[in-house]
Design a protein around this ligand. Structure first.
Ligand code: NAP
Length: 483
């Protein structure tokens, strides 16, 4: 440690990417670079953990246990958490640049991507992001309604892990749901849901699917649902060789698992997940009440893509299947932050190795950095963010270090960013500013009160927690215990 005043960093967003960045900063900043660092994390919700709390499926408690790593970071004496603070509303980019040497944007990709087909807005057609937020108790989605009591068949569009999460949640048996932290409002509806068949649609083939192996395997182990794959459809989708997929170990294993599913005799469960391939929805069709009643599908074939690999090309073949519910799980999308550069095409903050770039000059903006999905797009699993955050932190520490002090300080000028000098790098001043703008600010001890409260509610039923899902009740519990 030095006698210099500490370098102060603001991390905007408290999901995995934000926490890995904070963790690396507090560890590495004090280490090889001899920089004395303080980290403040700003979060729009009263609660931290981003998609670990509001995205990871409730029946995946082991994945959620990664928060123990983030709790260690939060316990660091040079870390502060300010929840219920919205960037662009309570605090601006300019405010943060005045108070911090650097800002790390870690806001993820919260929006859904539309399909752009007729009928997409019919009642019964939903974005998977909304359904996932609803069953996970995200306060933005608590009020939504999903009519799981009328529809018998649901269609899920997409071949990624979110599609599998949605499909699984729709068919989990009440006994499988009961011990989870599924939001109570969703638990009540899911447990009584009448959906007996979920059709998952891949626009390409099994070899091109984005599923990961454990998630695909898990479908075959459900207590109350069979997994169905049609052998002829599988063979047809695998008929075109894909050298790229053949080199990919996850893809090869996915194909093996799907071949195994195609060869299996159904166990006779009353629910089923049907995995279908080479099919795209062409239109969502209304029933006589103006709700989603059917999905018109178009058969695709695989053709070489310009950049390599295979893409789906529509044929003339069509079929229509009855379905009262549809979920599009075709990927998330980043949204712009007020005053911060944004690339519309990739829906990310333009950057080089985590340094935010000025769109006009292409040069790094002093003191602005980015991590996670808003840096690289919505891909990878939680752990991917650890390496991603390390790259950004390395770039930041190199920019903060005096020239010649390790890092990539010797890198050519255009590759390196320059340090930003804030006018008021004062911990008390920024806290006072935030409290003046948001009197209902939630500190880390406020979150800990929420956490204890939720866990205590869950304990009698053997559940990890019962989530509070409305902002007012979260604030009430936090306020009772925080200073
Ligand atoms: P994803 O993995 O990118 O999958 C998106 C899927 O949507 C792809 O199969 C894609 O097909 C398809 N798609 C895109 N546009 C389409 C269109 N217009 N019509 C039909 N299909 C379309 O995205 P995700 O499922 O949202 O997951 C996001 C990330 O979170 C992934 O990295 C995922 O692994 C991760 N995640 C992990 C877990 C877990 O570890 N358990 C759980 C949930 C999410 P093409 O390949 O043809 O483009």
């Amino acid at each position: 440690m030095t006698d210099e005043p500490p370098i102060r960093i603001a991390v905007v967003g408290s999901g995995p990417a934000g926490f890995y960045a904070a963790g690396h900063l507090l560890k590495d900043g004090a280490g090889g670079h001899s920089i004395d660092l303080e980290v403040d994390m700003l979060e729009r919700l009263p609660t931290p953990w981003g998609l670990v709390r509001s995205g990871v499926a409730p029946d995946h408690p082991k994945i959620k246990s990664v928060t123990r790593v983030y709790e260690k970071t939060a316990a660091h004496p040079r870390f502060r958490y300010f929840g219920n603070v919205t960037f662009g509303e309570h605090v601006s980019r300019e405010d943060l640049l005045a108070h911090y040497h650097a800002i790390v944007y870690a806001t993820g990709s919260p929006a859904d991507r539309p399909l752009g087909i007729p009928g997409e807005d019919l009642p019964g057609s939903h974005a998977a992001t909304e359904f996932v937020g609803w069953y996970n108790g995200h306060p933005d989605h608590t009020h939504l309604e999903f009519d799981l009591l009328s529809a018998e068949r649901a269609v899920v569009v997409g071949n990624g892990n979110v599609a599998l999460d949605v499909a699984r949640m729709l068919v989990l048996a009440p006994d499988e749901l009961a011990p989870t932290d599924t939001a109570d409002h969703a638990l009540a509806v899911l447990a009584r849901g009448r959906v007996s068949e979920v059709v998952v649609l891949g626009r390409r083939g099994p070899a091109q699917a984005a599923f990961t192996n454990p998630e695909l395997l898990e479908l075959g182990e459900l207590a109350g649902a069979d997994v169905i794959v049609d052998q002829a459809e599988l063979d047809r989708a695998l008929a075109v060789a894909d050298p790229h997929a053949e080199q990919d170990i996850t893809s090869r294993r996915n194909v093996e698992i799907l071949r195994d599913y195609a060869a299996r005799a159904p166990k006779g469960h009353h629910k089923r997940i049907v995995l279908r391939f080479l099919l795209s929805p062409a239109a969502f069709l209304p029933d006589e009440h103006g709700r989603l009643g059917a999905v018109e599908l178009i058969r695709n074939e695989l053709v070489p893509a310009p950049g390599g690999g295979l893409r789906a090309q529509a044929t003339d073949e069509r079929e229509t299947i009855a379905a009262g519910l549809a979920f599009r799980a075709i990927g998330y999308r980043g949204i712009p932050l007020p005053g911060v550069p944004f690339d519309e095409r990739s829906a990310t903050i333009p950057n080089r190795a985590g340094r935010v770039l000025d769109p006009a000059s292409g040069a790094p903006l002093p003191g602005e950095y980015v991590v996670g999905w808003i840096k690289r797009g919505p891909s990878g699993v939680i752990g991917t963010n650890k390496k991603d955050a390390q790259e950004t932190v390395d770039a930041m520490l190199a920019d903060l270090a005096p020239s010649g002090d390790g890092g990539d300080g010797g890198a050519p000028a255009p590759e390196r960013g320059s340090a930003h000098v804030p006018s008021t790098p004062d911990a008390a001043a920024v806290e006072a500013l935030l409290r003046s703008r948001q009197p209902e600010l939630v500190t880390y001890s406020g979150w800990q009160a929420i956490d204890r409260h939720e866990r205590a509610l869950g304990e009698p039923a053997g559940r990890p927690r019962v989530k509070l899902t409305r902002i007012e009740e979260l604030l009430e519990v936090a306020a009772a215990e925080q200073p």
